[in-house]
Design a binder for this molecule. Sequence first.
Ligand SMILES: [Zn+2]
Length: 338
Amino acid sequence: MKNIVISDDYNAVDLKPSALLKRYIELTQQDVREMLADPKKLKEGGCPACGNKDKKAAFTKFSLSYQECANCRTLFVSPRPDDKTLNEYYQKSAARTFWRDELSKATDKKRKEKIVKPRFQWILESTREHFPAAKTWVDVNTTQFSYVDAMADADIFTKKILLNPYLRVEQNKYPKIEIIQQPWWENTMSSAVDVMTLFEVVDHTSDVEGLVASASKMLKKNGLCFITAILSSGFDIQVLWDKADNLYPPDRLNCLTVEGFKALFAKHGFECLEFSTPGILDIEIVAKAYEQNPQLPLARFVRDLVESKDEQTKHTFQEFLQSACMSSYGRILIRKKG
Ligand SMILES: [Zn+2]
């Protein structure tokens, strides 16, 4: 299985300016309380990755409880809202409106250059390698407008579909893309898709099993599915845990481990062609959290790393995290078995 290591020079602030991000998180907290946290509407569940029922309470965020799976150590909210409720949240909440109208616009240019471009290069190169005859591509629930532009330009695919109930995209602006404003669970495509993309979708899906089963149904035999996700087995999440700024519901309703993802794919008949963690921000995220809160209880080794080591050492350590699949940003390519 492939595992790539990358080197780049952007930082977290480039992608998420802290004042806007702070506002987004405040709004999310309010909206979660109002729209998602009603105990009557929440349902208890087992691990969304490996299905194990044994779990232990990890911590609470925005009045929802995170559990840790006793088997694969995936972090997940339980009890949790269902996908219908989440769909409503992603369409109507003030936080998501702010994200769409303010935060994503402020970061769009940097994001396009640093994240979207390399991601599309990955899709195109891997498709040429593993499924050169691919023509149909379905993207499920992207939250990024710049993906839609990049998708429109990807000419190796003749049929491109956005399956997305909440991204407001004008069909006449994108004549090369078919826009289906429908949630994935209502779609009836069967063995019709060569390539599917799920960018950070597993992270905020309630019924992960249902999503992966639905991907398997939509894909043809040997069809490819590209996934990105934040991983709880990654360095900064392991170190910061409940203090991790980027770990909150519903955007990270699930934070799977490498083992959790592998169990999920095996159960649904997928073969894993690539599992990489090409994140470059783990150490910077920990260093920033420590700078903002010097009382943070860091292990001595980690404190020494972020406080005393030079940039070259930190860089080498980050590369080690990538090569050992221990960064918190995961990119994964799976293939439906023939
Ligand atoms: Zn599990």
